[in-house]
Design a protein around this ligand. Structure first.
Ligand code: URA
Length: 241
């Protein structure tokens, strides 16, 4: 039957097609090994990375001298499919010791800010511009932020959040590559690699300037409105949320 059909197709000048076996030759593990072999440090061939290889790359990073003084790297934490992503500046002493961002007093206030939005820390993603603590908590240097940038971009690609909140002046200025004062960066929805970004005050600053908390809440409401607007727009366009 099949050979007759093939013969007829051949007469008509149509090459016979056989289905290619699209299943992995030796299961998914073989595919991931193949990807590892094809690209350095476990990057997928298409330039994407995966959580496991990204975490390993950050853990072993020696791209800048901060690796000499860190206790450990501070990768990021939270829901790896979160819609909200908060990006701070760099780990401080507590974070360097614990290996988790925003765990000190500023972190507790950030948790409160997240809760004010009706969210839990575990349902958002939290990361920093730098994955290593600068000595004596000094500001990150431009070349350190540059060395670390691809890690944050990879995190962004993997989490694929709908809204970004830059936590504090330093984070905002590094992300937006500007020296504009935070007062002028707030209240505006920026674009960071296609994702809306809102700037707010750093909780460490808010601990010192309690009266500014009201402004920080305005920022978070702007982020929430932006997220709601983006959702409505996408839904009315018939695209996936
Ligand atoms: N400040 C930051 O910007 N990030 C942290 O992780 C802790 C404090």
């Amino acid at each position: 039957m099949e050979s007759q059909r093939n013969a007829r197709l051949k007469i008509m000048g149509i090459d016979t097609w056989t289905l290619r076996d699209l299943s992995p030759p030796h299961g998914p593990l073989a595919v991931s090994r193949l990807q590892e072999a094809m690209s350095p440090a476990g990057d997928c061939p298409d330039g994407l990375t995966d959580w496991t290889s990204l975490k390993a790359k950050v853990r072993d990073c020696q791209r800048c001298p901060l690796h000499e003084t860190r206790t450990q790297t501070v990768f990021g934490t939270g829901d790896e499919e979160a819609r909200w992503m908060f990006i701070g500046e760099a780990p401080g002493e507590q974070e360097d010791l614990k290996g988790e961002p925003f765990v000190g007093r500023a972190g507790q206030l950030l948790d409160e800010m997240v809760k004010a939005l009706g969210l839990e820390r575990s349902t958002v993603y939290i990361a920093n511009v730098l994955k290593c603590r600068p000595p004596r908590n000094r500001d990150p240097l431009p070349f350190e932020a540059e060395a670390c940038e691809s890690y944050l971009l990879d995190q962004l690609q993997l989490v694929s959040p709908s809204i970004l909140v830059a936590v504090g002046r330093i984070a905002a200025q590094h992300l937006l590559k500007t020296t504009t004062p935070i007062g002028k960066l707030r209240g505006v929805v920026h674009d960071y690699h296609g994702i809306p970004l809102v700037v707010t005050y750093h909780p460490a600053y808010l601990l010192r300037a309690q009266t500014e908390k009201r402004r920080a809440w305005e920022d978070l409401k702007l982020a929430r409105q932006t997220l709601a607007g983006a959702t409505v727009k996408r839904a009315s366009n018939g695209l996936l949320l």
